[in-house]
Design a binder for this molecule. Structure first.
Ligand SMILES: NC(=O)c1ccc[n+]([C@@H]2O[C@H](COP(=O)([O-])OP(=O)(O)OC[C@H]3O[C@@H](n4cnc5c(N)ncnc54)[C@H](OP(=O)(O)O)[C@@H]3O)[C@@H](O)[C@H]2O)c1
Length: 274
């Protein structure tokens, strides 16, 4: 079974991701406040690891290419390093561009999701570094298959998807996001073209239509707000959307187009105003 995927992100009010463009928090000059609140929120979600796109992981790895040709061809089957009870740091890296230089990223055990076309030399490098790896089909884009393999081979049932926008968009399009945990920074970017929470590169009609219903709102001390939503996908043939979570009101479908509402229960509202 594939793990439950919680997309955990921090964005500006307009959903954009380049935090260096955001204004400083007026009420606090505390350095690192944004990341502290982000990590604190992540801890509440109870995941066994996190998963990011190749570009995002690139900024966290600084190894170099050093693999040698192995004595015999390596099978395109999952290879497990020594996890030793650590959380997982998973990168979707179809072409094998990342060089880890260690078996961890920030202390979490490194796992690479690859395309089967990567070279044996690269796989040998990952083995030497102690990195676990598995495959997402020939081109590395079978995300659903890779997650199922990840769940069964590494025994994870809950992972945080932490960007960037392109890999989030690919997960969205593949209908692999179960929850969205969104920390909204109290600032506006405002510039067109700046990456956003979901940046699917494809045709408009290919993007999965989703709705959200409130799951767990909370207000971290001193900055922004954090809201966790359940993500649901309406089936157009259903006249009413049902079973999308305790806080959701049924949504009416008119003219073949889903009209969806995300509403709070009374208890949610009370928690929000506290
Ligand atoms: N504010 C936040 O919470 C937050 C969080 C994370 C990142 N960020 C920011 O986001 C930026 C990076 O985001 P990004 O959108 O450019 O890159 P990304 O999502 O981190 O990585 C994109 C890469 O993933 C691979 N990929 C894309 N679609 C795929 C698919 N369908 N199947 C398999 N692999 C796929 C491709 O790798 P190849 O090119 O190798 O094919 C693609 O270039 C950085 O500036 C980072 O700082 C912000």
């Amino acid at each position: 079974m594939r793990p439950r995927i919680i997309c955990h992100m921090v964005s500006s009010v307009d959903g954009r991701l380049h935090s260096e463009r955001w204004t400083p928090i007026v009420a606090s000059q505390e350095p690192g406040l944004l990341m502290r609140v982000y990590e604190q929120t992540a801890e509440r979600l109870g995941a066994q690891g996190w998963i990011v796109g190749r570009q995002t992981m690139q900024a966290m790895t600084n190894g170099s290419s050093h693999g040698a040709q192995p004595p015999s061809p390596l099978p395109r089957s999952p290879h497990l390093g020594q996890r030793n009870g650590r959380s997982l740091a998973v990168a979707v890296d179809p072409s094998g561009k990342l060089h880890y230089g260690a078996d961890h990223v920030g202390g979490d055990h490194a796992v690479a999701i690859l395309g089967e076309q990567v070279s044996d030399t690269y796989l040998q490098e990952l083995r030497q570094d102690g990195v676990s790896y598995l495959f997402a089909g020939a081109d590395g884009h079978d995300l659903a298959g890779a997650l199922t393999t990840l769940g069964s081979s590494l025994g994870v049932d809950r992972l945080l998807l932490e960007g960037g926008g392109r890999i989030n968009g690919a997960f969205l399009q593949a209908e692999l996001i179960d929850e969205l945990s969104l920390l909204i920074y109290p600032g506006i970017d405002g510039l067109t073209g700046i990456p956003s929470i979901f940046d699917f590169h494809g045709q408009g009609e290919q993007v999965a239509r989703c709705a959200c219903c409130l799951a767990r709102p909370w207000r971290p001390a001193s900055s922004g707000c954090a809201i966790t939503w359940n993500v649901c996908r309406p089936r157009l043939e259903q006249p009413w959307l049902e079973g999308v979570g305790s806080g959701a009101r049924k949504a009416r479908v008119a003219d073949g187009k889903p009209r969806l509402q995300a509403v709070t229960t009374a208890s949610d509202s009370q928690r929000l105003t506290r």
